[in-house]
Design a binder for this molecule. Structure first.
Ligand code: HDD
Length: 682
């Protein structure tokens, strides 16, 4: 493959284009290019006789099939990848020499893979879990990977414990249960006996662990990295992705039901948004701390179980990520993409965070197994868009044909090429941090406080968020069979907040703690989802219609809602058409059988005169389930009777009026609010 010298925003797409294959309309061949005229019957001795070994097409087809699977990722097995681009708003030249962050307006192609962590590849999307948010920037200086999660802290402080936490949270080895869930003995036993996990576990019990959409969650690099500028000066930096649609979550009952009704809920949402042209956008924010302030905080800035509160270290928004293209082939792209926090470019460097240091080993190692050898960088999705040259050779599946006889350095036969360029010429040089000390196996005292920031998080939650956290603890720890472990968890969280620990202790039959609590009174408004952006655009509304509805009004309402960027699906008893009182028709998208209330952001019920008892009951289930999940409900015409029957007409987030424009305005506002927590559920 010939190298391209000018790298721009289209470079990755052009590179991938050289590997894309369109089989449409082509003759069937073997992998050797031989056209074969039979693909339905293997070669047999006689029509009822045994299959013959010489049937090379059968052998090749079967062998390839037998080898189709590769090991799934040991964590983050279930993922969904998309292409996009990153655009710089503000030059970071002052802090970093990374070329892709220098010029406002500069665009860099990216590939992003979202994932859950614990579940196997075929598990459900909406389980309670951390979400991965890994981004590969194809820059002119090589690939830069920001391998992030949707929560800003991690379970452990040292990578040596990673196999332990993963063994504890994965299904238990004696019966491989439960799937994709931390609600079992070994996980909580780990938590209670490794109390550095307190902060991340609190996030895991919060609504952050059940995002409404990959489009509506943050991403955090978690670790403290370094920016290094062209004068060699270093700053500490943390990276954040902030979704333009705001940060929104499901409710737990809904998440569990979706896991059955549509296990692909989050990936479908992202896929469809991109297909419809609702390109998800996220802004890149950085928090920067000067080197001289390394010890200016009441936590250790290298501790991955700590955040830098945004009120203390403001977030500067420096660019925007837009996801605008689905993959052509999930295996080739999403499954084979190989991320690594150690894929950096000049101007971005590491710190001594012991979790980060260990990650730098693990990611290459895992790809060697998963992708079958050391040449995984040659797989199209992993190739840098800039040229790459070195003396590494051979190995399974090598694709480049390196010419010449010299594959070592130093040499004179090839004029000492490939030559390591100086840092002035763009060569990567590790930041020269001064380090000295005894070799020890110990953690600094400054990593010891496991509870203050957990209390900060708790203090920052709104009342509904606190309620959800209490319920999550009651559910998750309530699933633990071992009573002693339950009690250990209660006692552990007594160190954070007595009210919280007491509340879930009572629910799970444990002893409420006699003493405890933390004296942290600070809160950080940036942590609460109540303070996030709220907009109605891109939300999906289920519209319940039956024959005999008021066509003119409903058509105007649906047009008005669509004008707000909201998507509608018409639900009725049967597929085909639904006919208005005036004889005009609308196409039914889904039936009560094929969809469910939990799959919509809001329900708009109209009904119609053609209703029978079954329709009435099915529609009622949709409305009441939406109500229980605090979702907006709109009703016009005949639809208002469902509200009256259930006595919910005056509830928060319920919009009932036949005035078309008033309905559009109020319903759109109710949808933008996401959920109506102040609704009374009787
Ligand atoms: Fe990890 C995958 C994020 C700690 C070892 N990790 C993986 C993925 C994400 C993260 C998003 C999926 C990448 C993809 O989509 O292909 N991991 C994190 C974050 C961490 C973290 C944000 C803490 C700040 N991870 C971590 C540690 C270790 C690993 C401490 C081991 C020392 N992670 C892995 C891995 C995986 C992985 C086993 C599995 C598949 C892969 O790497 O490519 O190597």
């Amino acid at each position: 493959m010939k190298e391209k010298q000018n790298v721009n925003e289209n470079s990755k797409d052009e590179q991938l284009d050289q590997f894309r294959v369109d089989d449409d309309g082509k003759d069937l061949t073997t992998n050797q290019g031989l056209r074969v005229s039979e693909d339905r019957f293997s070669l047999t001795a006689g029509e009822r006789g045994p299959t013959l070994m010489e049937d090379f097409h059968f052998r090749e087809k079967m062998t390839h099939f037998d080898h189709e699977r590769i090991p799934e990722r040991v964590v983050h097995a279930r993922g969904f990848g998309v292409h996009g681009e990153f655009e710089v708003y503000e030059s970071m030249q002052k802090y970093t020499k990374a070329k892709f962050l220098q010029e406002p307006g500069k665009k860099t192609p990216v590939f992003v893979r979202f994932s859950t962590v614990v579940g196997f590849r075929g598990s459900a999307d909406t389980v309670r879990d951390v979400r991965g948010f890994a981004t590969k920037f194809y820059t002119e200086e090589g690939n830069y990977d920001l391998v992030a999660n949707n929560m800003p802290v991690f379970f452990i402080q040292d990578a040596i414990k990673f196999p332990d936490i993963v063994h504890a949270i994965k299904p238990e080895p004696h019966n491989e249960m439960p799937q994709a869930s931390g609600a079992h003995d070994t996980f909580w036993d780990f938590v209670a006996n490794n109390q550095e996990s307190a902060h991340q576990v609190m996030w895991l019990m919060s609504d952050r662990a059940i995002p409404r959409s990959f489009r509506m969650m943050q991403g955090f690099g978690i670790h403290t990295f370094r920016f290094v500028n062209d004068q060699g000066k270093s700053h500490f930096v943390k990276f954040h992705w902030v979704p333009k649609l705001g940060i929104h979550s499901l409710v737990w009952d809904e998440a569990q039901k979706i896991a059955g009704k549509d296990p692909d809920y989050n990936r479908r949402d992202l896929y469809e948004a991109i297909e419809k042209g609702d390109y998800p956008e996220y802004e890149l924010g950085v928090q920067v701390i000067e080197e001289k302030d390394e010890f200016a905080f009441d936590f250790d800035i290298l501790d991955p179980t700590k955040i830098w509160p945004e009120e203390d270290v403001p977030l500067q928004i420096i660019g925007k990520l837009t996801l605008n293209k689905n993959v052509d082939n999930v295996f080739a792209e999403t499954e084979q993409v190989a991320f690594h926090p150690g894929h950096v470019v000049p101007g971005i460097d590491f710190t001594n965070d012991p979790l980060l240091q260990g990650r730098l080993f693990s990611y290459t190692d895992t790809q060697l197994l998963r992708l079958g050898g050391p040449n995984f960088h040659e797989i199209p999705i992993n190739r840098p868009v800039c040229p790459f040259h070195n003396n590494q050779r051979d190995g399974f599946h090598r694709q480049t044909i390196n010419q010449g006889k010299v594959a070592y350095h130093n040499n004179s036969l090839a004029a000492n090429t490939p030559t390591p360029p100086s840092k002035e010429k763009g060569g990567y040089e590790h930041y020269q941090e001064k380090v000295e000390g005894k070799k020890v196996q110990a953690r600094s005292e400054s990593f010891r406080d496991h509870f203050s920031q957990v209390k900060l998080f708790w203090n920052s939650m709104s009342e509904p968020e606190k309620m959800h956290i209490k319920q999550a603890f009651a559910f998750e720890v309530g699933k633990v069979k071992n009573k002693a472990v339950r009690q250990q968890v209660v006692d552990m969280y007594a160190n954070v907040d007595l009210e919280l620990a007491t509340a879930f202790a009572k629910d799970i039959g444990a002893e409420p703690p006699a003493k405890g609590g933390s004296d942290v009174t600070k809160s950080s408004p940036a942590l609460s989802q109540e303070n996030t952006t709220k907009i109605a655009a891109t939300r999906k509304i289920g519209v319940i219609l039956n024959n005999g509805f008021n066509f003119m009004d409903v058509k105007s309402i649906l047009d008005g809602i669509k004008n707000e960027g909201i998507h509608v699906e018409i639900i009725s008893a049967k597929q085909g058409k639904v006919t208005g009182a005036n004889g005009e028709q609308l196409t039914v998208d889904e039936t009560f059988m094929t969809t469910d209330s939990v799959l919509y952001d809001a329900i708009y019920i109209v009904g119609g005169s053609g209703e029978d008892k079954k329709f009435h009951m099915d529609a009622n289930k949709f409305v009441m389930e939406a109500f229980m999940h605090y979702k907006p409900i709109g009703a016009t015409h005949d639809g208002k009777k469902w509200l009256e029957e259930n006595n919910i007409k005056k509830s928060k987030g319920v919009v009932a009026t036949d005035n078309v424009q008033e309905f559009i305005n109020s319903f759109t506002l109710a949808i933008a609010a996401h959920r109506h927590w102040d609704r009374e559920i009787v």
